[in-house]
Design a protein around this ligand. Sequence first.
Ligand SMILES: Cc1ncc(COP(=O)(O)O)c(C=O)c1O
Length: 453
Amino acid sequence: MADHQYPLGHVFYRKLSKRLPLITRGEGCWLVDETGKRYLDACGGAFVANLGHGLSEIGEAMAEQAQRVGYVNGTTFTHQPVEELAAEVAALSPGDLNRVYPLSSGSEAVEAALKFARQYWVETGKPAKHRIVALAPAYHGNTLLALSASGREHYKTYFREWLVDVTRVPAPYAYRCACGGRPPLCPACDGSAVEQAIITLGPETVAVFIAEPVGGSSSGATVPHPDYFRRIREICDRHEVLFVADEVLTGAGRTGTWAAIEPFGVVPDLMTLGKGLGGGYAPLSALVAPDRLVDRLAKGSGSLLHAQTYSHHPVLAAGALAAVRHLRRHGLIERCARMGGVLHREVQALRGLPHVGDIRGRGLLAGVEFVADFETRAPFARSAAFAERLTAAALDEGLVLWPNVGQADGTNGDLVMIAPPFVITDDEIGELIRRFTRALEQTTKVTKAVEAV
Ligand SMILES: Cc1ncc(COP(=O)(O)O)c(C=O)c1O
C-alpha cells in the first residue's frame, strides 16, 4: 500500500500537508479505501453524491453516449441527451424557468448567470445596470467573478486585486443577527438591508442580486424566515434587479424539493444548478432562465456571451439525464424530504454536547455550528482549528463530514455540514450520529475554553 501524500507521486493534491486515503469503491452511503476501511459519507463528498455511490446505470448511459458520439460543439450541433436533459430540468424547475444552458462546474454556472444579467440589461437599453449585490456569509464559487460575489473572505486572501467590486449585505443568518430570526425581524432577516443597498447604490446601476435560498456551507444551512424571499422578489421587481437563486448546492432535491426556493413561494429570474445534478457521476451544472429574458438575447445579440468548449457536452448531458431520471424514478426527492425529517430529529441528540451552539437546516442538509461559549456564542479562535480537528477525528471514526470556518466574523467560526446521499437509511442515520458524537468527544477533550476569541 503506497502512501498518498505530497511530495510522493505526481498528483498536485488539494491538500499538500495531508495524507489522503485512496478510495477504491463506493456503495450507497459508504466509501471503502484500499485497506478495506469503510467511511460513512455523511456529506456526499461535497453535497454531490445525492443518489449514492456505485450506481452502474449512470456510467452505462455515459458510455453508451460516448460510443455514439463523444463530442460536438454547441455552436454547430445539438444532440438528444441535451434536448432531453433540458426538458427534464425545465419540467422540474419552478415557474417559468424553462431554458437550460448546461456547463460543468457550479462556478461556471454562477459566472454565466451574472454575465447573463449584465448582458440582459445592456441589450434592454439599460447599460448603466452593472452592479452585483450579494449576501455575507455566502458562497458562489471560485472563479474570479463568482469569488467576487462570494462572502467568504479567506478564499480571497491572495486575489483581492483581481476581484470586482460586489456590494455585500448581511445574510439572514438568524443565529448571529440582531433579531435571532424572530419578529420583529432585523433588516438582514426581513430583506430590507437588500433594498437599502440597492437604493444607496442607485437602482439604475444595479443589475443583479444573488443568494442561496438555503445557506450552503458558508452559513451552515441557515434557513431564512419564510417571508424573506417574497420580500426579495418584491424588492427586485420594484427596482428592476434580476434575482439569481444560486441552487448549486441546494438544488436537485437536496432540501426535499427540487429547488430550495420552492417553499418560499417565489420564482427567481435565474437559477443555477450543479453538484447533485449529475449525482457525482457527471460534472454538469446549468444556468436555468425563462424565455421572457432569453428572448431579449434572441432578438438582440443572438447568444449568451459565455462561450465554453465543454458546455452542452453530450456525454455529461447523458450522465445528468440518467441521474435526473434515476432521482425521479426512485422518488428520491420525496425520500430526501422524509429522511430529512429523521435526520433533523436524530441530530438533536447533539444539542447539549460541549460546544454545540446551533443545529439547523432543511431536508438532508444540516449544519452544526460550534462555539467556545454557549451563552455569548463567541467562536473559537481560528488558531484552534476546531472544525478541521473535528473533521479529522470524524474521518478516523470512518465518518466524512464537511467543515467550514469563518462564518462568525469573516475569520473565526466553526461548523460542519451533514448532507448524506438521499438513499440513507434510519440505521445509517443512527450510525452517523454515534460516530459524530465520538468524534466530537475526541475533539473537545483537547480543546480548551481559553481558545475562545
Ligand atoms: C452555492 C454554491 N454556488 C456555487 C458553487 C461553486 O460550485 P463549484 O465548486 O462546482 O464550482 C458552490 C460550491 O460549493 C456552492 O455551494
